[in-house]
Design a protein. Structure first.
Length: 285
């Protein structure tokens, strides 16, 4: 049964990745006008279709090759801007918990978020704004690709309480399924070594003893939090774990498997109209 589950799990990830890769052909560079993808709603406001979770929005210029979905998910993080580079990411997204409610978007599936009210890119920066379906929170994502020398991308998330009253029990997670060099010209394996520092980072690598070819690694790290008192920490989790506070599989030791990286921010309570800001970075070696 364990072997059967592993095969099914691998097929699900492969199908998700192939779907995203097929859509990358629709990407275009420069400032993005989304009128063709917009659906008109009441009040004359244009919003993207909520079914467009894996639809590509933008390919950032230069290398490494990084593409973004209309909902702010990283669809592709590739070693080069060309077609032959190896993939470093098989899934990416965000999870929000508050007062017993959960909302998440992992590109291949989502729940709890309304269609974006803003999804715009120009140059090295994209902005995606979404509300929760109950209109309690607004999540603004600003995604900025750094210079090719840094081989990294920053994601700043601003969470704003839209109510006139406090909301408690708030947890915000960013997560990524690092399958280091799993596809393209890479190793073809989704099994990597994983580690998590005490607070600031989570990383995955394919050791030389586990594959033929050059070693590769991916890092997810914390950059910023406002207010500065927000407790946070990096964890290694199962790639399908949408829990508000998942167990850290690399707690106290390395872990080897088909896992994912997350940084969890325990925001706690936000008063009416108040905001919290957190910022993470993805970087490859």
């Amino acid at each position: 049964m364990a072997a059967l589950f592993t095969v099914r799990q691998g097929m699900q990830k492969f199908q998700t990745l192939m779907a995203g890769a097929a859509e990358v052909g629709l990407l275009f560079a420069g400032s993005v006008a989304l009128t063709a993808a917009f659906a008109q709603v009441s009040g004359g406001v244009s919003k993207l279709s909520s079914s467009a979770s894996t639809a590509p929005l933008y390919q950032f210029p230069g290398a490494p090759k990084i593409t973004l979905s209309t909902h702010g998910n990283i669809l592709v993080f590739q070693t080069s801007a060309g077609a032959g580079g190896a993939s470093h990411m098989a899934g990416e997204g965000y999870i929000l918990c508050y007062g017993g409610t959960q909302a998440f978007d992992r590109a291949s599936s989502e729940i709890g978020f309304a269609p974006p009210t803003t999804a715009f890119c120009s140059g090295s920066t994209c902005t995606v704004v979404r509300n929760t379906v109950d209109n309690i929170f607004q999540l603004k994502q600003v995604i900025t690709k750094n210079s090719p020398e840094e081989r990294s991308i920053n994601i700043e998330m601003t969470l704003r309480n839209l109510l006139g009253a406090p909301v408690s029990g708030i947890v915000l997670r960013r997560f990524a399924d690092f399958d280091v060099d799993a596809y393209g010209s890479g190793t073809g394996s989704t099994i990597n070594w994983w580690g998590a520092s005490e607070f600031d980072s989570v990383y995955a690598w394919n050791a030389a003893t586990n594959h033929v070819g050059p070693d590769s690694a991916m890092l997810m790290r914390h950059l910023k939090k406002v207010p500065g008192t927000i407790p946070y920490g990096g964890k290694v989790t199962n790639w399908f774990d949408n829990a508000c506070s998942p167990f850290n599989l690399a707690s106290g030791s390395w872990a080897q498997g088909d896992y994912a990286a997350t940084i969890q921010y325990n925001i706690g309570t936000l008063g009416g109209g108040q905001s919290a800001v957190v910022k993470v970075q993805y970087q490859r070696n």
